[in-house]
Design a protein around this ligand. Structure first.
Ligand code: ADP
Length: 421
């Protein structure tokens, strides 16, 4: 079916988050990992392209996003969403503003909004200032981010140096006045030539008002939360039929594998909890450096095919530090990622079709090994982590990709059980 909303996200986990929130409305959402090589085919009403351009040079980010826009337009979309982080992660030069302005130019749009608010996750905007929990952005831990330190909390001041056209504000008092009041404010700003409008939102209801007022804008920009009401609004508007096909979940054989390369505190708890459930094997990067993954591959091959074994490199911080002191952080990471990628492929070749993967980088390595480029979004396992479905060498598979601290202690077992529901 032709695409209604085409979304471009500046990183992979942000794209998954957006795709999961849109899919909550029971609509078919497809996530593309990187710019698709082939022209659009078999597209979903909601398409999300995950790029990796948050900190790329401005000209590269702009070129990639424009290519993604072209693809989404070819898929039939005539509304677009530019998704960035809810902490407005950007440098003095970009890439949030330059990409938005380039997309506006290509689309002939003379105004867009900026709303990274995500009240459920403690991101709110008041008088154009972004708060993380109770702290202004520039006083939050984001002030020390290694790549995008945020040293100002005022979104207008952050945006101005990134764009060429005027920046303005639609504040909370206007948003609280409802959809019509916000629409009037946007029209007045447009008449004054204001192309870039930061919109305040401190509560979920504000996002509903903003989405309702802006749903016909050709380009909206923001965090994932302001996009969440769009599917329901499109249904109301008749753009999306009540009978629009939901995702057909494939029937999959029982065999699963849990692969964990994240060393976050939550993943350590999740691994400990899942060890009580089924067969588990710990990878030691020092052994991998000596003998590679052969022993782990043998162990996996010996597990019954209808079981759900876990293989993990997950370790507490002291162990990770000790390994890194010996091997170097990059080498240790690369060894673990390569081993888990090889295990994923071996699991697939043996007939396992259900994959639970923990770790952002680890997920990238596994996705690459399996050759994943298109994921259809299924049920949500935990906030921000949906089951996804894909085809590998012509076979249906289910893949749950979880980064860092997502999910609760029972995430792995919950994920596998959710697939049965
Ligand atoms: P997260 O989403 O929690 O950041 P990632 O997969 O992105 O997880 O990053 C974890 C990194 O740590 C990966 O590069 C992984 O290969 C590496 N790693 C995993 N286990 C170990 C370990 N025991 N020692 C050293 N590095 C490890």
């Amino acid at each position: 079916m032709a695409t209604i909303l085409g979304c471009i996200a500046d990183d992979f986990t942000g794209a998954t988050d957006l795709a999961g929130l849109l899919a909550r409305a029971g609509v078919h959402v497809t996530l593309r990992l990187g710019l698709p090589e082939a022209p659009p085919q078999d597209t979903a009403p909601f398409e999300v392209i995950a790029l990796k351009c948050r900190t790329a040079p401005v000209s590269d980010a702009v070129a990639e996003c424009r290519a993604a826009l072209d693809w989404l337009r070819a898929a039939g979309a005539n509304r677009f969403f530019w998704k960035y982080c809810s902490t407005f992660d950007s440098t003095a030069d970009g890439n949030i503003g330059p990409v938005a302005e380039a997309l506006m130019d290509d689309l002939g749009a003379d105004q867009t909004i900026y709303c990274p608010a995500f009240p459920e996750n403690g991101r709110s905007i008041f008088m154009g200032n972004l708060f993380v929990g109770q702290q202004p952005l520039a006083e939050s831990p984001m002030k020390d981010h290694p790549l995008t330190p945020m040293r100002d909390s005022n979104l207008m001041r952050l945006l101005e140096p990134q764009v060429t056209r005027p920046v303005g504000l639609a504040d909370r008092l206007t948003v609280a006045g409802g959809k019509a009041a916000l629409g009037d404010r946007l029209a007045a700003l447009k008449a004054d030539g204001v192309a870039h409008v930061v919109v305040d939102a401190v509560a979920n209801d504000d996002l509903g008002t903003i989405a309702a007022a802006c749903r016909d804008m050709v380009l909206m920009t923001g965090g994932s939360a302001v996009a969440m009401p769009l599917p329901a609004l499109y249904r109301q508007d008749g753009l999306l039929g009540a009978d629009a096909p939901a995702l057909q979940t494939p029937n999959l054989p029982a065999g699963a594998v849990v692969l964990s390369g994240s060393c976050s505190a939550m993943t350590n708890d999740q691994v400990a909890a899942y060890r009580l459930h089924g067969p588990a094997l710990q990878l030691n990067p020092l052994d991998l450096a000596e003998t590679g993954p052969a022993a782990a591959l043998d162990w996996l091959a010996a597990q019954p095919l209808d079981s759900a074994p876990m293989i993990y490199a997950t370790a507490p911080p002291d162990d990770v530090r000790a390994v890194q002191d010996t091997l170097g952080g990059a080498r240790a990471g690369a060894l673990v990622e390569a081993a888990l990628a090889a295990l994923a492929l071996a699991a697939f070749d043996a007939g396992r079709r259900r994959f639970v993967v923990a770790g952002g980088e680890t997920s990238g390595a596994v996705a690459q090994a399996l050759g994943l480029s298109r994921l259809d979004i299924g049920t949500e396992i935990a906030p921000g982590v949906p089951w996804t479905f894909a085809t590998v060498k012509g076979e249906d598979v289910a893949v749950a990709l979880k980064s860092g601290n997502f999910g609760d202690q029972d995430f792995f077992a919950t994920a596998l059980a959710r697939l049965e529901a």
